[in-house]
Design a protein around this ligand. Sequence first.
Ligand code: ITT
Length: 194
Amino acid sequence: MLELTKSTIYLATNNMNKFEEIRNVLENSKINLRVINIKGNEIQAFSVLSVARQSALNIAEKFEGAFLVEDSGLYIDSLYGFPGPYSSFVYKTIGVGGIIRLIKDRENKNAEFHSALIYGENGKIIKNFVGITEGTISTSIKGEKGFGFDPIFIPNGYNKTFAEMTIMEKNKISHRAKSTGAFAQWITKKLDNA
Ligand code: ITT
């Protein structure tokens, strides 16, 4: 049987949950995903794409190999998009309980998760991919799986939080699975034509 030759791509992240989710989406692709710890400080900007683009430029300056970098965040309607690019800081400070308290009197519980994934190689940014998943913020913390704001995010069309889903279930609908899925399609074509 022919062995599938895999191309190695390095994901620059300190978040192993992200790595697992992205690797899971790429499992049956021609990509062998590895993690690399070269992500420096992030800039502050409203869109995850701007934050990811700056991170990618920083990485491209010091890394010649093929890489991916992803920035993501939770945008809550009634808080004008907060925490958005501050998601990591807000998670570490007020946490999921703090978010529930912040919006407990708001009727509108709508929120979106955004993911921006950037691919680079040979010291250059090549292409970006964006994924958005809409949902609502739950009134209580539910589930133990996943990470970050998963225990308070109920994707539209479901009655459970991301934290009550397996990685396979979350990966059918998540913002990160959408950006990664788009990347997988593009890179597969690129490798097939190489
Ligand atoms: P790296 O920058 O090292 O990749 P990070 O966790 O700091 O890891 P971000 O800067 O993209 O990642 O911050 C995104 C934060 O938004 C993350 O720490 C979570 O709190 C939250 N978040 C993003 N995607 C999420 C998801 O799928 N489920 C739950 N929370 C998520």
